[in-house]
Each structure stands twice: as C-alpha cells, then as structure tokens.
Ligand binder design. Structure first.
Ligand SMILES: NC(=O)c1ccc(NC2CCCC2)nc1
Length: 252
C-alpha cells in the first residue's frame, strides 16, 4: 500500500520509519510512505503556508493555495497507483474526526492507502477541508500541536497488519482489539520477583490451558475496564461458548 503524507515537518517521520518491526515493511516499500513537505509548494517570495485568521483571534490558519498545489502534485504522482487500486482518500486528523478504532485500521490496511493531511497552527482553511477532505480521523478527545502523531499512529497500526510484517502472524492476534478484547497480562524472566510470582499455568507447557487462561484474563480485563467492548464483541460474533460460560461465571 502507498501512503502519501502532507506535512510541514517531514523530519518527524524518518526516525519512526527506521525502527521496530515495521521498518522492513517501509524499507521494502511493502508500505510505501512518501513525504511531501508543504513548504515546497508555497510559491510566494516568503514561502507562506499560513496567515492570520479572518475575524481576528490568536494563531494562524493554513492557506488553501499551497495545500491545493501540493495535493495536485500528489494526485499526479499517484495517478498510476490510483488507476489500479482506486482513488486514495484524503484523510485529515483533528479532534472533530471519527475516533480511530481497530476495525477502521483493518479496513484501511486492506485498502489502496491514503493521502494524510497533517494540520498545524489553528488548523486548515475550511474551504480546503470542504473541497478535498474525504474523512476526518481523531485519536481521542484531546488537542495536539499537529496531525503528525495521529498520522504516525495510523501508519503504524496499518503496517502491523500487512502480511509478513509481524514475524509471528499470531502475535497480532494476541494484540488487544484485534479480537475486540483487551489484552491479557504478559510475563517473562525472572520467574520469581519477591512475592510476585509468574502464574504457574504459564510455566506448565500445557498450551491449551495457557490459551484458555489468557482468554479468561482478556475477558476479565475487558469486563472490568471496557464492558462496552464485550457487547460489541458479542454482536460481532467474536465470543464463543467457552467465553460466554466464563462471563456468566464472573457475573457479567
Ligand atoms: N485528537 C486528535 O486526533 C488530534 C488531531 C489533530 C490535532 N491538532 C491539529 C489539528 C489542526 C491543527 C493541529 N489535535 C488532536
């Protein structure tokens, strides 16, 4: 998949693309991330990308014209990819967006990619948003200085789901949210840490018992912290008979 990023701070992305399990996906261009520095599309002598808001008030607003020039360049560069895989949506990150969920990530990860618009200052001129943005996405109900962190989050979450990225395909199945439940606890050496011992079942080598124990811990954690996800998993048909029996036993 190809992801184009429109940003004032491309330098924020390189360090991220060079580390971790996702690095190989970026190096091999299995996930082809292309950075587009907005400043290069500001044509006036001052290379302006922002200006003061009409109506007054603090801060600056990102200007339509440099963004439109940059977007035209990206669309032209994507023409071949989009002809095959379909037109890439333009995604804008803001608190007003739809909360990002694993199911949205899964849909995105199986698609042609996208163009990600990273806002800065007070935001982007509404006329650009009205004309060009296909989807607004939010990481949560909080304010950030820019859309780069949400863009990085979406890139990471989608890249992990690409085939071959995680050496043990099952490991992302273990990720919380990939099966709609919160994650189970994890332990490693040492076996004893004062009075905090590793749950014996994990040392038993009995893989069926271990899988059951982990699933029960996932259900308990989800009932305790996010009971709304239990109902969603039930509706999605993700809870089996053993799950439902355990939920009854713990009184949920
Ligand atoms: N909760 C979020 O996903 C989010 C996204 C962008 C942002 N700030 C950006 C939006 C336009 C200028 C800075 N703050 C928060």
């Amino acid at each position: 998949m190809r992801i184009d990023v429109l940003t004032l701070f491309p330098e924020l992305f390189q360090p991220f693309l060079q580390v971790g399990v996702t690095r190989r996906a970026f190096e091999s261009r299995q996930v082809d991330v292309r950075l587009w520095p907005l400043r290069e599309h500001a044509t006036d002598n001052y290379r302006r990308v922002d200006d003061r808001p009409y109506g007054g008030g603090p801060g600056m607003v990102m200007l339509v014209e440099p963004l439109e020039r940059a977007l035209a360049a990206i669309r032209a560069d994507r023409a071949d990819t989009d002809a095959v895989a379909g037109r890439a949506p333009l995604i804008y990150f803001s608190p007003a967006g739809a909360p990002l969920t694993q199911s949205r990530v899964q849909a995105f990860a199986s698609g042609p990619g996208a163009i990600l618009l990273c806002g800065r200052y007070e935001g982007v001129d509404q006329r650009f948003l009205d004309r060009h943005v296909d989807e607004e996405v939010s990481l949560g109900d909080f304010v950030l200085s820019g859309g780069e962190l949400p863009a990085l989050a979406l890139i990471d979450a989608a890249t992990r789901l690409q085939p071959g990225v995680l050496n043990d395909a099952a490991s992302h199945q273990q990720d919380s949210f990939s099966d709609g439940l919160l994650d189970c606890p994890h332990y490693s050496r040492p076996e004893r840490l004062g009075d905090a011992a590793v749950p014996p079942v994990l040392l038993s080598g009995n893989h069926a018992e271990i899988a059951r124990w982990r699933r029960q811990r996932q259900l308990e954690a989800t009932v305790r912290r996010r009971p709304d996800l239990i109902e969603a998993a039930r509706r999605a048909g993700r809870l089996d008979v053993a799950d439902e029996r355990w939920l009854r036993q713990i009184g949920s």
